[in-house]
Design a protein around this ligand. Structure first.
Ligand code: EPU
Length: 343
C-alpha cells in the first residue's frame, strides 16, 4: 500500500488517553484542518481500512492495538462569528481543549461555561456525550455542530434540535463514527445568572454575599471541588465517571428507599429520578478497592482508576464485576459512560 506521507505508522497513543494505557494505533494522522477529514475518510474507504477518531482521549477506553486509521483531532481556533448586546456566537475548532475554551470565554467576559470548568477533553468531544456538571449541560449553549457525515460522504451542519441531546447522550453517541465533528458553534447570552443549586456549590457559597458570586468565583469553586473529588489524569489514569447515573421510575426509587433509606437521588422529571451511581458503588464496598493494576477511586466511587501497567481488559473486568454486584443488590443495570473502542 502506498502511504500518504502524513500517515504515521505504529503510532503510540499512550500520551493521548487519560487512562494512560499503552496503546498503539496501526496508523495515525493529525487532523489540523476540516478538509483533511473528508480526504482521510475517502482514503480509509478506498483502502478498506477501519478508522476511529480521537480527541483528548479523556472519555475512551482503548485496546492495546488499534487497527486501521486513527484521526487525531487537532483543529484549533476560537472565532467570534457575531456579537451584539444580547450575546456572542463562537465557532470553536474540534481540537481546542475544553477547559482552555472555558478560560478564554471568562477572560473575554462571556460567562456561561463556568460550571463546566476543568472537564478534560476537547470541544469536538463535548457534544458527543453532552458533557455536564454542576447543573449545566453543554447542549444549553450549542447552536449547531459542523461535521463530515461519513455515511453520505458530505459535510453537514446539525442544529441543536437535530443533535438529540439528553443526559450524557446525543445523535453522535447513538451513531458512532458516522459524524466526524470539525467545529462546534456556541451561543453565549450576555444575561447571566449564577447556577449554584447543586449541593456542592451551595455548600461552597453558603453565607457568602450575593455580589461575590461572580462567573469567576463559580469557575474557581468548580475547579476546587473537582480537584478534591476527581483524580488528576496526569497523576492517575482515569476517564472521570465510569458509569452513568441511572434514571429510574419514582416507584422503583420508593421501593429502593424502603431497603436503603440513605440512597442518594435527584428528581429527573415528574415520573423519574436520577440515582447517584457513586453512592450505589460505594454502598457495595468498592470504594478504594485495588485489583491488579486497576481500582476504584477512594474519594469518588464512580471513577475507576489505572495504577499503571494495566490494560482495557483488566479495567472492563472490574467494571463488569461492579455491574454484576449492583444488579444483584439493587436490580439496576449500570451503563458504562466512556466509549469503548474495539480491538
Ligand atoms: N456518592 C457517594 N459515594 C461516592 C460518590 C458519590 O455516596 O463514592 C454520592 C454522594 O452523596 C454525592 C452524590 O453521590 O453527593 C453525587 O456525587 P457527585 O456530586 O460527585 O456527582 P456524581 O453524580 O457522582 C456527576 C457527573 C460528573 C460531574 C458531577 C458534578 C455523571 C455520570 N457524572 O457525578 O461528571 O462532575 O456530577 O456535576 O453524571 C464525568 O462525567 O466524567 C463526571 C465527572
Amino acid at each position: 500500500m502506498n502511504l500518504p506521507s502524513n500517515l504515521l505508522p505504529a503510532y503510540s497513543l499512550s500520551q493521548r488517553n487519560t487512562l494512560g494505557f499503552e496503546v498503539e494505533a496501526e496508523f495515525a494522522i493529525h487532523i489540523t484542518e476540516a478538509k483533511q477529514i473528508a480526504e482521510t475518510l475517502v482514503y480509509a474507504k478506498d483502502h478498506n481500512m477501519p478508522y476511529q477518531v480521537l480527541g483528548g482521549g479523556s472519555n475512551v477506553v482503548l485496546p492495546s492495538a488499534l487497527p486501521g486509521l486513527t484521526l487525531l483531532m487537532d483543529i484549533a481556533g476560537i472565532e467570534i462569528v457575531s456579537e451584539d448586546a444580547n450575546g456572542v456566537s463562537l465557532k470553536v475548532g474540534a481540537g481546542v481543549s475544553w477547559h482552555s475554551l472555558v478560560i478564554w470565554t471568562l477572560e473575554h467576559s462571556y460567562p456561561g461555561l463556568e460550571n463546566l470548568a476543568l472537564i478534560p477533553g476537547t470541544v469536538g468531544a463535548a457534544p458527543i456525550q453532552n458533557i455536564g456538571a454542576y447543573g449545566v449541560e453543554i447542549n444549553d449553549y450549542i447552536n449547531s455542530v459542523e461535521a463530515f457525515d461519513s455515511q453520505a460522504m458530505q459535510w453537514i451542519t446539525l442544529d441543536r434540535a437535530h443533535c438529540q441531546f439528553s443526559y450524557r447522550h446525543s445523535l453522535f453517541k447513538a451513531n458512532p463514527l458516522r459524524y466526524i465533528i470539525s467545529a462546534v458553534n456556541l451561543y453565549l447570552p450576555k444575561q447571566w445568572q449564577p447556577r449554584i443549586s447543586y449541593v456542592d456549590l451551595q455548600h461552597f457559597f453558603a453565607g457568602k454575599e450575593n455580589d461575590s458570586i461572580t462567573p469567576l468565583a463559580i469557575f474557581e469553586a468548580v475547579c476546587e471541588i473537582r480537584t478534591q473529588k476527581l483524580p488528576d489524569p496526569k497523576q492517575i489514569g482515569n476517564v472521570g465517571s465510569f458509569f452513568q447515573n441511572p434514571i429510574v421510575e419514582n416507584s422503583m426509587l420508593a421501593k429502593l428507599k424502603q431497603r436503603h433509606p440513605a440512597i442518594v437521588a435527584y428528581p429527573e422529571d415528574t415520573n423519574h429520578s436520577k440515582l447517584a451511581a457513586g453512592w450505589l458503588i460505594d454502598h457495595c464496598g468498592f470504594k478504594g478497592l485495588r485489583t491488579g493494576n486497576v481500582g476504584v477511586h477512594d474519594k469518588q466511587a464512580l471513577v475507576l482508576i489505572h495504577h499503571g501497567g494495566g490494560n482495557a481488559n483488566e479495567l472492563l473486568q472490574l467494571a463488569e464485576r461492579i455491574q454484576k454486584t449492583i444488579s444483584e443488590q439493587f436490580e439496576i443495570d449500570l451503563q458504562v459512560e466512556p466509549i469503548i473502542f474495539n480491538a
